[in-house]
Design a protein around this ligand. Structure first.
Ligand code: HXC
Length: 261
C-alpha cells in the first residue's frame, strides 16, 4: 500500500472532534485526519491519555487541541464541544470512538457492568452527537460512529458490547434521517478484528489469533490504517451523498462467523 492513498488536502481546514482520540483506532483516525488537512480536537476521560497523540500530531506539523471529557457525562461533553468550537471557530466532523469493553459471560455480568458499556458506547455517542448538533448544523458537517460487527450474529462473552453497538447503529440510522435535512451526514464504520489495539489485546489471546485469521476471507487481521482510510473516505467530499451507512471494514470476516469465534 502506498504511504498516502488520498490527496493531502482532502480535509483542508475542516475541524474534527474525536472521542477516544488518544489511542487505538480513533487515535489513528485523528492523526490521519490531521495528515489530510484537518484541525483536530481529541478527547478522553483523562487528559494524560491524550498527551502522546497531541505531541505526535503537532510534531508532524498538525494542530491538535486536547480536552478531557467522560462521554457518559453530558455536561462535560457539552463543555468539551464548546471549548473546541471556541478554540478552532467551528466543528465540521465528529468521530465517536470512545468505547468500553471486556470479556464476560452473560450469567456472570453484573447489571452495572452491562450498563457501564452501554453508557460509554451508546449513551456516550448520543451525548456527543446531541451536544455537537448546533455546531454541525452551522457547518453542514457530519458524524462518524465507530461500531462493530459483533451483533450481526451473536458473540458469546460480548452481550454488553453487542447491545451497545446495536444501539450505536440505530443512532446512526435515526440521525441520518432526522439530521440529513439539516445537511448533516451521519455514517458509521464497523471494524472487524484490528491488530495492535487495546480492544484486541483485551479480547483475544494470541493463541486464538491464528484460528481467527483462517476465518478471514482476506487472510489477515485488519490494520488501524484500514479504518483510517475508510474514515477519510466517508468524511471527504467523495462521500457527499452517503448518509445512514455503517461501512463494514473486516475483510469479509463476519460473513464467516462471529467476530471473535
Ligand atoms: C466483568 C467488569 C469487568 C470485567 C469491569 N466490570 N470490568 N465485569 N469483567 N473484566 C464491571 C465492574 O465490575 C463494575 O460492575 C462495572 O463493570 C463498572 O466497572 P468500573 O471499573 O467502575 O467502570 P469504569 O472504570 O467506568 O469502566 C470500566 C471499563 C473501561 C468499561 C472496563 O475501563 C474500559 O472498557 N476500558 C477499556 C477501553 C477499551 O479497551 N476500549 C476499546 C474497546 S474495543 P459492578 O457490578 O462490580 O459495580 C471495542 C471493539 C469491539 O469496543 C469489537 C471487537 C471486535
Amino acid at each position: 500500500m502506498p504511504d498516502k492513498i488520498f490527496a493531502e488536502n482532502i480535509l483542508q481546514g475542516k475541524v474534527a472532534f474525536v472521542t477516544g482520540g488518544g489511542t487505538g483506532i480513533t487515535g489513528g483516525i485523528a492523526r490521519a485526519m490531521s495528515e489530510h488537512g484537518a484541525l483536530v480536537a481529541i478527547t478522553s476521560r483523562k487528559i494524560e491519555n491524550l498527551e502522546a497523540m497531541k505531541n505526535a500530531i503537532e510534531d508532524a506539523g498538525g494542530e491538535c487541541f486536547a480536552v478531557a471529557a467522560d462521554v457518559r457525562d453530558f455536561e462535560a461533553v457539552r463543555n468539551a464541544i464548546e471549548r473546541t468550537a471556541e478554540h478552532f471557530g467551528k466543528i465540521d466532523i465528529v468521530i465517536n470512538g470512545a468505547a468500553g469493553n471486556f470479556l464476560c459471560a452473560a450469567d456472570q455480568l453484573s447489571a452495572n457492568g452491562f450498563g457501564t458499556v452501554v453508557d460509554i458506547d451508546t449513551k456516550g455517542t448520543f451525548n456527543v452527537c446531541r451536544a455537537a448538533f448546533e455546531e454541525l448544523q452551522k457547518s453542514r458537517g457530519q458524524i462518524l460512529n465507530i461500531s462493530a460487527t459483533l451483533h450481526y450474529l451473536a458473540t458469546p462473552m460480548q452481550i454488553h458490547v453487542s447491545a451497545a453497538k446495536a444501539g450505536v447503529d440505530a443512532i446512526t440510522r435515526n440521525l441520518s434521517v432526522e439530521w440529513g435535512k439539516h445537511g448533516v451526514r451521519v455514517n458509521g464504520i464497523a471494524p472487524g478484528p484490528i491488530e495492535d489495539t487495546e480492544g484486541m489485546k483485551r479480547l483475544l489471546p494470541d493463541a486464538r489469533k491464528e484460528k481467527i485469521t483462517r476465518k478471514i476471507p482476506l487472510g489477515r487481521f485488519g490494520r488501524i490504517a484500514d479504518i483510517e482510510n475508510a474514515a477519510l473516505f466517508l468524511c471527504s467530499d467523495a462521500a457527499s451523498y452517503i448518509n445512514g451507512v455503517t461501512l463494514v471494514v473486516d475483510g469479509g470476516q463476519w460473513l464467516q462467523g462471529t467476530s471473535l469465534g
